[in-house]
Every structure is written in structure tokens, then in C-alpha cells.
Design a binder for this molecule. Structure first.
Ligand SMILES: [Zn+2]
Length: 176
């Protein structure tokens, strides 16, 4: 089975053109940016050698047009497309790519992350270099000193209200 893997050019965490999992598996990947014509690229790959599956990592960075093109890959080229990405940014807003994937995909599988309290972590907190959460500014910051932490909605709100994730975590430990 031939799988073509894409990842966002914006993400240089693992070096260019590679998708890595946290358990250590990795695969070479083609890079996409806002102007990549995914339908044309996949059709050309498919004509060169049949493609059985397409995997798109960091799919929150897809544009509306690219999600539409990927639907065309499924409907016209008859190739299954799997997209993996984040639903919301640190402000709790949908990423554009995720917005249209949620709207147009055939199947949605939610991968659960757990907050420090044990609840489902549906939000992402952005912490600055001093560990202070903040929810303003650019949606995408790559290579800065911020850190992202997955938390539940309750602790997302509490951490922002208190201006500290640590204070919220300590209170939880104190009460349990
Ligand atoms: Zn929590």
C-alpha cells in the first residue's frame, strides 16, 4: 500500500519533510503551505504510481480551499484521506483547516488527551516563557519560547482568570 504523507511547512519541530509520532515512528513527508495545490499534487503522484491512502498531519493549517480539494481526492480520485490535527487554538477558536474538516469530513475520531485533573482536555493553554498563560496575539507562533499545555475547559478558564496554571494545579492537589 502506498501512502502519501503531508505535513505543514510551518512546523519545523521534527526537521523538514518528516512526520514523527511520540512513540518514535517516523515517515518522510511532503510539505504543504497555503498555496500548495493538493488535488493536483496528489493526482500527479497517483498517475506516476497508484496512491492508496493520503495522510495529512498538522491539518489545522489547511486552507478552506485545500480541505475542499482533499474532499475531491476522496470523491473523484477515490483515495481515502486521513487528516490529523488540532481542533482549536490557545484562544479556544477553531483553526480554519479544522473548521472545514469538521464541516465536511465523512468521519470524525476524537483522540482524547487528559488534563492534570483527569478530565478530558479539550483546550490548549499557551504559556509564555515565565509559565504565565495568555490568550492574545497571533494564532500561530513557531519556534518561540512559549509552551502549550492541554487542559480541560474548567482549568483553561481558571488558569486564565488567575494568570497562572501552577496556582490552579496546586489548588487541585491541595483539595484532593
Ligand atoms: Zn482539568
Amino acid at each position: 500500500m502506498r501512502t502519501v504523507v503531508y505535513t505543514a511547512e510551518i512546523d519545523d519541530r521534527f526537521g523538514a519533510g518528516k512526520v514523527s509520532s511520540r512513540i518514535g515512528l517516523s515517515s518522510p513527508a511532503k510539505l504543504f503551505n497555503q498555496s500548495t495545490s493538493l488535488f493536483t499534487d496528489i493526482r500527479e503522484e497517483h498517475e506516476r504510481k497508484p496512491v492508496h491512502c493520503v495522510l495529512v498531519d498538522e491539518s489545522q493549517f489547511l486552507t478552506r480551499q485545500q480541505v475542499y480539494e482533499l474532499a475531491g481526492v476522496v470523491d473523484e480520485l477515490d483515495i481515502p484521506v486521513l487528516c490529523y490535527g488540532l481542533r482549536t487554538d490557545f484562544r479556544g477558536e477553531l483553526f480554519i483547516g479544522s473548521q472545514y474538516l469538521l464541516a465536511w469530513s465523512d468521519k470524525l475520531v476524537e483522540l482524547k488527551t487528559i488534563c492534570f485533573c483527569g478530565r478530558k482536555a479539550s483546550m490548549v493553554l499557551r504559556l509564555d516563557q515565565n509559565g504565565q498563560p495568555y490568550n492574545e496575539g497571533e494564532q500561530v507562533v513557531i519556534g518561540g519560547n512559549e509552551r502549550y499545555v492541554s487542559v480541560c475547559r474548567k482549568h483553561y478558564k481558571e488558569a486564565l482568570a488567575k494568570g497562572s496554571l501552577q496556582a490552579v494545579q496546586q489548588r487541585k492537589e491541595g483539595s484532593s
